[in-house]
Design a protein around this ligand. Structure first.
Ligand SMILES: [Zn+2]
Length: 78
């Protein structure tokens, strides 16, 4: 959907990009990172934006920032 601009369920062309928001006290569409052994140094969370179909409501989640993908790969990749 992000790349095709088309809903993968109903084929509508009405795709909305809803950026991630970070709220002050938790919440938002984010992935929290807590590197082990570093209790006082928190990594900035990874922001996850959504692509939502304006016809059927189907949504996909994407991490838009390449640096954030690299961060996840370092922490969780095989
Ligand atoms: Zn749709």
């Amino acid at each position: 959907m992000k790349n095709s601009g088309k809903c993968s369920k109903c084929q509508s062309n009405g795709i909305m990009h809803v950026p991630a928001l970070r709220q002050l006290y938790g919440g938002g569409n984010i992935i929290e990172l807590r590197p082990s052994g570093k209790w006082l140094s928190w990594e900035a969370p990874v922001m996850v934006s959504r692509y939502v179909c304006d016809k059927c409501g189907f949504c996909e989640e994407w991490i838009d920032n390449a640096g954030d993908i690299a961060k996840l790969k370092k922490l969780f990749g095989g």
